[in-house]
Design a protein around this ligand. Sequence first.
Ligand SMILES: *Cc1c(COP(=O)(O)O)cnc(C)c1O
Length: 388
Amino acid sequence: MDNVFLIDKEYVANTYARFPVQIVSGKGSTLKDVNGKKYIDMGTGIGVTALGTANRKWKKAVKSQINRFQHVSNLYYSEPCALLAKTLVERTGLKKVFFSNSGAEANECAIKVCRKYGVEKKGVTAFNIITLKNSFHGRTITTLSATGQDCFHKDFTPLTEGFSYANANDFESVKALVNKNTVAIMIELVQGEGGVVALEQDFVTKIDKLCKEKDILLVVDEVQTGNGRTGKLYSYMHYGILPDVVTTAKGLGGGLPIGACIMGEKVEKTLSFGDHGSTYGGNPVACAGALAVLGELNETFLDNVNKKSQYIFNSLKDAKGVVSVTGKGLMIGIKTEKDARTVVNECLQRGVLCLTAKDKIRLLPALNISQKQLEKAINVIKEVIGKE
Ligand SMILES: *Cc1c(COP(=O)(O)O)cnc(C)c1O
């Protein structure tokens, strides 16, 4: 075990503060470390293993695709890619899908779509995109530029031009940034990394209306909120809006790297031959995994996500040491009197893996976690939070 820690520390870039845990196997919402200690997984690799670890249907789909072929370039057709695009279009009401390998790349695609739409509709100076303070859109230079948090910008300037940042839930601050060069407003409906904060309905309704009036594209970053995470297939479905562009990744592949930029009617023809591409984009194994994930996310399944969400909110909202519980569905932020990092460390000691977001504890359990495991984990979390 020490050996892996040491090798990793010596050879892997120093970008992650890892917990001293080496996972060797897992099933469902249970992960096992190299010492045989078991954990309940309340983080799912940051919202990625949406159906838990080694889900039977997901594994079957992935294995059967691997047995056929693992990759062909985008020079040829493949069934999983075509079927996944069809599923995403049918279930969102949008029109076309570009596949990438990560959330940041899905957002890069969305930004390219906005820029080209701007050039074509409003002229070459129209490339301004409004995002929100406290947002998170990725780590590439351009998605970092879209991210409205100075702490991520530090040391990486100059940033990509054309981004300005409004305050979440403050419509006047959005309006103040709009001008003739504004091509898009890009938002997360539940800010994930920013502390699991859902935007207010009224704010979102007003943005949607403003976008329609001024021919501004509404881009919703569903990288974290997508694929059932908030109790609807996509979080925009809570708000009674249909964005022009939706990006998603994290939970989509159920553990394999895939991202998608889903484009609506206004921009379905914006990208044409040669405008964009990705060698791995639409990889058949990742797409087969994603089809298995989406295949599970029916009405009954999502009802259960909402029931479990209610259970968590009810258990924690008045618990000792809890300041607030925020979020939607199984994307939950808990502000505690105790330091969040301390809570996460103590939970880990007691066999429950949690995440943080800013100064909060963040929970992103598997969408199909059993009620029994969920109760066990929540009881541990509650005890840790309540203990001085
Ligand atoms: C995680 C995340 C991203 C970045 O996704 P990567 O796959 O890490 O590139 C972008 N937007 C949001 C909202 C995210 O939560």
